[in-house]
Design a protein around this ligand. Structure first.
Ligand code: FAD
Length: 464
């Protein structure tokens, strides 16, 4: 099944197509370099050409032509994924959805839009109707809604609404298959999990319908706390205060803020831990009472009334994966891990802090799962070697923590280390030649893989 790149490129020549090697390389890259492990493996990769369709019909045409010529297709939203989700491992065509950016309709409780619309723009359209997205990634200003659904998991809003793949958080997806004659399918309910968070390995999303919440002028806050456990408890207890509406609760172990948050640094004392919050304006009085009951916690910033010389910008751009980005900008040796602490999180966090000290700093995000609030940790790790990183993962697991490894480019290794039968069976139907984002689904290429080592996609383009 040899790809005929020249034939596909020629057949698509009337579309918005780019084969300038410099810009094609730029459009073939995402934030994979967040991980030193992925950087070492994926840095050389580039597609052969980029097509930017202007309509669903052009998506269909591109998929049909590439199918006929055995050319791999990797979908791209804005390329902010940080596990190499949008990296074209086998080269071929990058399908760039930048032109499919229309917000089609805003109804009470739901929005319909094209996948290439930026989260920020979808929110702006909804705000005009007094509504907003329930949740968004911290890349709100730059990422697309299609990329968030296909490559992300949750974010700001997840402390109230749960994660993207929880029932009810996506309403409908329209999906194009990659067959001899591509089909257009509409997914709702149970079927949504077959294509959401599937990295575009089994279909191209061409329309999305998402649920909305009432819009608020959220107040962004920073609270400094003298003790780490007290900071974590403040965030979690606040999320569990039934009457106080919040959209974000993040915790940063000292000295994260002192070392990496330049505009916060002048306002926080040595040794203090930082909590970042977004609270609905009408809940601020109640929050004042909540905070007054927490000795050792002091409010250092609120976005609606502050005297800081330098505005810190949106508070959510300190949380989720923006924490890692800010740390990386100061210290390029920083990377991170995604950790869950099943059961009582506090003893496990204390154990990890004692075990690793400054090598692993706790960064917690409060998320709601199954109706209960808990922590997802995106711990900052001072990287030395791959071997040590693997050892840090093993030590977490040995102490009952669960690690979603962000240093892997496959769905399975970055997730729960087993294949998703729903996604795999849909790939068999929708992408029989295995041309959509090849190398990202181990279940397709290597069903007997045992996850004892890092998986290597045999079809990966070699470095020149
Ligand atoms: P891309 O990176 O372009 O694509 C992501 C994946 O989806 C790729 O596999 C791509 O092939 C596929 N894809 C894109 N569009 C489609 C489509 N229409 N149909 C089928 N497949 C498609 N993630 C979170 O979940 N929460 C966060 O808070 C968060 N914060 C981040 C902060 C930073 C600083 C960075 C660098 C990353 C962060 N991420 C986060 C990861 C990423 O930004 C988000 O997942 C983001 O929403 C991806 O959107 P994108 O448009 O950049 O997608």
């Amino acid at each position: 099944m040899t790809p005929d790149i020249a034939a596909a490129r020629a057949a698509l020549g009337h579309l918005d197509i780019d084969d300038n090697p410099v810009s094609v390389r730029a459009k073939s890259r995402d934030f994979f370099w967040y991980s030193p492990v992925l950087k070492a493996r994926l840095d050389h990769l580039t597609a052969d050409f980029v097509v930017a369709p202007r309509s669903e019909a052009e998506v269909i045409e591109t998929l049909r032509v590439c199918h006929a010529h055995n050319v791999p297709v990797t979908v791209r939203g804005a390329g902010t994924g940080n596990y190499g989700q949008a990296m074209p491992l086998a080269g071929g065509c990058v399908l760039h959805l930048k032109h499919l950016d229309r917000v089609t309709a805003v109804h009470p409780g739901r929005v319909i839009c094209q996948p290439g619309a930026l989260l920020r723009d979808v929110d702006a359209a909804c705000n005009a109707h007094g509504q907003e997205l329930r949740m968004f990634s911290s890349t709100w200003a730059t990422a697309t809604i299609g990329g968030f659904i296909a490559g992300g998991s949750g974010g700001i809003g997840s402390c109230t609404w749960g994660q993207l793949r929880d029932l009810g958080n996506i309403l409908r997806l329209r999906v194009v298959t990659m067959e001899e004659t591509p089909r257009v399918l509409e997914f709702r309910g149970e079927e949504l999990s077959r294509v959401s968070h599937a990295y575009g390995t089994n279909g191209v999303i061409t329309e999305v319908e998402m649920p909305l919440a009432p819009a608020y002028d959220w107040v962004g806050l920073f609270v400094a706390v003298d003790d780490f456990d007290a900071a974590a408890r403040l965030a979690l207890d606040l999320a569990n205060e039934d009457g106080i509406l919040i959209k974000l609760a993040s915790v940063f172990e000292a000295p994260t803020a002192q070392d990496y948050f330049q505009r916060v640094r002048p306002h926080i004392r040595d040794g203090e831990h930082l909590v970042a919050l977004m609270i609905a304006p009408h809940a601020m009085d109640a929050f004042g009472v909540f905070l007054s009951r927490r000795p050792g916690a002091r409010l250092i910033y609120r976005s609606d009334a502050h005297d800081w010389d330098r505005d810190p910008g949106p508070v959510f751009e300190y949380g989720w994966n923006h924490t890692t980005l800010r740390a990386l900008k100061v210290d390029p040796a920083i990377t991170y891990l995604q950790v869950l602490y099943p059961g009582d999180p506090y003893p496990k966090m204390a154990k990890m802090r004692a075990l690793f000290g400054a090598e692993v700093l706790q960064h917690l995000e409060v998320i709601r799962a199954g109706g209960t609030c808990g922590f997802a940790s995106l711990s900052l790790v001072k990287f030395t070697t791959e071997e040590r990183l693997e050892e840090i993962v093993r030590l977490h697991e040995a102490h009952g923590c669960f690690v979603f490894n962000p240093h892997r480019y496959t769905l399975e290794e970055g997730g729960r280390q087993h294949r998703d039968e729903g996604q795999l069976s849909f790939k068999r139907e929708a992408d029989p030649k295995g041309l959509l984002n090849p190398g990202k689904m181990i279940g397709w290429d290597d069903p007997d893989f045992d996850y004892a080592t890092i998986w290597h996609y045999p079809g990966m383009k070699a470095a020149e």
